[in-house]
Ligand binder design. Sequence first.
Ligand code: URA
Length: 212
Amino acid sequence: MPEHDSGALLAAIGAGVQACTRCDLYRHATQAVFGEGPVDARLMLVGECPGDQEDLQGRVFVGPAGRVLDRALADAGIDRARTWISNAVKHFKFEPRGRRRLHVKPDAGEITACRWWIDQEVRLVRPAMVVAMGATAARSLFGRVMTIGRERGRLLELPHGGNAWVTVHPSYVLRIEDGARAEEEYARFVDDLRQAAGHATETVSRPSGRLL
Ligand code: URA
């Protein structure tokens, strides 16, 4: 499919997701948050679902987890602007706690209901590598429960074909209280991103030193 067609289709699907009622999460969320990036991205990153900030701003990974992701992408030599970034579930799931909205993990039914959207993104962007960040993304992309510790660190194939890599969610790194362990896990996360990006391009290093 020509790139301009994919771009137009993605834009239409991204607008259409605002009307999604496939599960009940739309009832309390501010808006649906669709993926973003260039339609010719070679690398796609998939997270869980929008958080509080993403729900308000309508953009993926712009809150605290996004700041960890941005730092990790920079350390891995990956340009966020050249990457398609999305989530397995498009609406924020939360529990009100006073004036705060606490993130709640989407359940199996919500992940399944939302798979249609991420499948369209993978189909239209056709990235050389899809990275599932965390168990929710892995479950959505592979259609089964995946244990991150067992699956990470090696090249995998998606059920409909295409390269995939599994790693932790950036929030996982953010939640580790012990400083030394957090640094260690952060370094592993960066290494996963670097390896995944390395598979997404024949050019391991661009003149700029960036992978992508
Ligand atoms: N966590 C996610 O999984 N996705 C976001 O967009 C933000 C936080």
